[in-house]
Design a protein around this ligand. Structure first.
Ligand code: NAP
Length: 222
């Protein structure tokens, strides 16, 4: 990864931060993006930073343009942006539904679209859909659907991007102890068993980026 230019969206999150730290240790040059500037500044990870609300299509383009401006190229995009909501569908507000699909589905599509315009042949795009994209669960139907849509997008993008030798990795880790479930946009998390360690999940994703993997099903994390 030495000298590779990597844009990490959601770099202040549990997984984004662990991925950023791992790739920095491998010599990558990072551009770190998330919504909150103070949290970005507080990260003890080398790299340029820009605070953007990526629900705005122009912000996704701005993130890519910023990475290009700072490093002169874009080799890898890692999208670790996400939100969760819990509860039966009839109790979920329309605002929560909109937020789930904006952040978990629209942002990956917009970021990939912007990155494809900037990325050299041979690049890598990573989206983290999650194990729920393999089997959805009651109480998480809308979250799961927003993630399945991303997995479906990745499936087709993998084939579209192949002619440019751009690898698209859809990562589907199981529950991971990042605190995501304690910060739902709505509802309350059901009781969950102990999740995986963020560093372990990040390590598997970063090995895949640095290697040749084309998909990371949930079984790759067990
Ligand atoms: N944790 C799990 O169990 C698990 C399992 C499978 C898949 N995943 C997926 O992995 C990804 C990362 O999850 P995580 O557990 O690391 O969550 P997290 O710790 O809550 O991190 C989420 C990140 O998304 C950013 N973000 C949210 N809304 C944004 C917006 N509108 N614009 C820009 N950035 C925004 C946050 O930035 P700010 O801090 O600035 O708000 C934060 O950096 C998510 O897509 C999640 O669904 C997680």
């Amino acid at each position: 990864m030495n000298g590779q230019s990597v844009l990490i969206a959601g770099a202040t999150g549990g997984l984004g931060c662990a991925i950023a730290r791992n790739l920095a240790a491998r010599g990558a040059t990072l551009t770190l993006v998330s919504r909150q500037a103070d949290k970005l500044e507080a990260l003890d990870i080398p790299g340029d930073r820009i605070a953007l609300d990526l629900r705005d299509p122009a912000a996704c383009q701005q993130a890519v343009d910023f990475a290009l401006g700072q490093t002169g190229k874009l080799d890898v995009l890692v999208n670790a942006v996400g939100v969760v909501a819990f509860g039966p569908v009839d109790e979920l507000s329309v605002d929560a539904l909109e937020e789930l699909f904006m952040v978990n589905t629209f942002v990956p599509v917009l970021l990939a679209k912007a990155a494809l315009g900037a990325m050299a042949d041979g690049g890598v795009i990573v989206n983290i859909s999650g194990v729920i994209a393999e089997q959805n669960l009651p109480g998480m139907a809308a979250y799961g659907a927003s993630k399945s849509a991303t997995r479906s997008f990745d499936e087709a993008l993998t084939r579209e991007a192949r002619r440019r030798k751009i690898r698209v990795i859809d990562a589907r880790p199981p529950h991971t102890e990042t605190g995501l479930a304690t910060r739902p946009v709505e509802g309350e998390a059901p009781k969950m068993g102990e999740g995986l360690a963020p560093d372990a999940v990040a390590g598997i994703i970063c090995d895949a980026i640095a290697g040749t993997a084309k998909d990371l099903p949930s079984s790759a994390f067990s």
